[in-house]
Design a protein around this ligand. Structure first.
Ligand code: CU
Length: 158
């Protein structure tokens, strides 16, 4: 059941990703430094169908007093990481790219299946379930935060 849902989501995403999402340089150096945030539960779920995009989820808290807007996500070993939101239109659930994610001070934000998430169009095949890979977040204003995301099998099992 879980796997079925994920597969249909991934298909919708793939279309959006190819038409609207586009470019990101292959292997940029990940940035140093950090913003006043805490990220937990970072995980990349591998696609159920090889070649489809992978999804990145995490929970983020803004520990500061100022509003933050997440602007860019880079995944080591992944190309074309884009922020998406899940939305329903005419009874059909699909995904659309979003330009950023607001992280209001003191209000945790969860990127999760069925909500906001990050799609990774191409993930290095060397990244397998059970491993980790660094993820870098860049906020408006240039603050950056880096964490390691766990890599999980499709459906979140294993
Ligand atoms: Cu998506």
């Amino acid at each position: 059941m879980k796997t079925t849902i994920f597969a249909s989501i991934a298909l919708g995403l793939c279309t959006v990703g190819l038409t609207a999402c586009g470019e990101q340089p292959a292997e940029e150096a990940l940035p140093e430094g950090m913003a006043n945030v805490t990220v937990t539960n970072g995980r990349i779920v591998l696609p159920a169908v090889k070649g489809n995009p992978a999804a990145l989820y995490f929970d983020i808290v803004n520990n500061g007093s100022e509003y933050l807007m997440l602007r860019k996500v880079q995944v080591q070993g992944g190309k074309g990481a884009k922020m998406h939101d899940t939305m329903e239109q005419g009874g059909v659930t699909g995904m659309a790219p979003i330009g950023g994610i607001n992280v209001t001070a003191g209000e945790p934000v969860s990127l999760k299946p069925g909500g906001k998430h990050v799609m990774i169009n191409e993930l290095d095949s060397g990244l397998q379930a059970g491993g980790t890979t660094p993820v870098a977040l860049t906020f408006v204003g240039g603050d950056q935060y880096q964490f390691d995301a766990k890599i999980e099998a499709p459906g979140g099992a294993d």
